[in-house]
Design a protein around this ligand. Sequence first.
Ligand code: ZN
Length: 142
Amino acid sequence: MDTYTVTYVAMGMTDDVTTCEICGKPELKGTVRLMLVDSDGNSEGEVFAGVSCAAKRAGRKATEIRTEAKRADKARENAVREAHSAWRSAHSEWTCKVRDAHFGPVLPRPMVVCEYYSTPEFKAANAAWIAANPEPPRPHGW
Ligand SMILES: [Zn+2]
């Protein structure tokens, strides 16, 4: 006989949902986003619930659920911060490459930069270079 085990994981707290989806209690300060995870680690859906209902559903203590939710929120915040800082350095590297590509051997000596910028040759070369070397995409939620 196959056993089918599922686990509940607290994914975070939110004050976007203030009604417990388990007991229907409204006007909560916030709810726990409780995800149902199967034995392969896949999400089987989620429910927003007050802390005590979430704990009951997960078969754990309310304090454990709250701690787990807060830890998940913190981890997500850190991931966002890291993604932003990775993007910042990737972007500044990209900016340097743009500059190198345009001002390395390319800039005609007697021409001042702003004149060079306004030439059709520059505009075409710039567009072509950027098409071939796209700007790093901004992280979601920037
Ligand atoms: Zn409830």
